[in-house]
Design a protein around this ligand. Sequence first.
Ligand code: GDP
Ligand code: MN
Length: 380
Amino acid sequence: MKLHEFQAKRIFARYGVPIPKGEVANTATQAREIAQSLGKPVVIKSQVLVGGRGKAGGIKLARTPDEAEAIADQILGMNIKGYTVKRVLVDEAADIQKELYLGLVIDRERRRVVMMASSEGGVDIEEVAATKPEAIHTTVIDPFLGMRSYQAIGLASGINLPKHLFRPFTQIALSLYQAFLGSDAELAEINPLVIQGDGSLLAVDGKMVLDDNALFRHPKLEEMRDLDEEDPAETEARVNGLSYVKLDGEIGCMVNGAGLAMATMDIVKHYGGEPANFLDIGGGARAEKVAAALRIILSDPNVKAVLVNIFGGITRCDEVARGLLTAIDEVKPNVPFVIRLVGTNEKEGRAILAEANFPTATTLAQAAQMAVAAARGETL
Ligand code: GDP
Ligand code: MN
């Protein structure tokens, strides 16, 4: 789950990272009031879950409350990379002398959290990695020892920070690590971390991605989820407890079990088709869950045929068959279906479908070939 800049920065601040004073506004009038109460030049920042807002015109300086109102009015409602701006952060403007980068990610190959720092901040770090990799310094954190001060000092010296900033930089690095750990994050990034005219360090931007699988431990963080910015199909999958990954093909797959879902995708490809998604409806799926899965699959306009592959164990085939019919009745799909049911109560399941004029396939190979043909518009 991605957090907005203002959310990430508030978390960072709780752990001791210095951030600018500021508040979130939903209207231009609110932006004016915030600017007024800050009593200083401000920066108006669109809050959307994408990077590069600055370049897209979603971040602008305002010297007076009047200007803050005018700029907020201009930024609110703006479309940035497909997201409509509904909120802006009004922050005290920073006096930027230099922009640095500081971030934490999980390095899966090393099986460790890695901190990265660069003197080339403010710009896309992927770009720095591609064009000037020597400007990125990293340190690998031992999960049992945690991050140690000397590691932060190593980074500070690597990016040629002035000596007097080593101590505040170390404090920020350790705080960021604690924020990352304490939130079960996958990524925590300050870009830019700036050196101001008065020599102080300040986190001007903040980005955080939380591990969805750990959110149950953080109900307060879960509440920060912005449904407006989540793909509706993914939201529906999440609330219904389905694992769904959208892909680019044309054969929608509804399967129980992650392994079977992978095998189904493989065999679809084997017969020359392309799966439109990975979807695991899980064990013991009831009608509502099947209906949700169907809605999700059919919300993808690329889907030209649906392949249902159910292996009945705890999940009973007759239950799935009934669920499917209810779902089909509700969703009224206009694409062909190929259904394969095997396992517990498969006879009953097939009979229910046959009665409703839905033929079933017996083998997965047969089902996959039928689905590929159906997606091409050939008759079954
Ligand atoms: P991003 O473009 O989405 O990464 O948004 P950032 O918050 O990183 O802002 C982009 C750029 O705007 C920064 O790299 C800065 O150069 C500039 N910027 C952001 N806040 C301020 C500020 O308070 N003062 C000044 N002078 N520039 C700012
Ligand atoms: Mn940034």
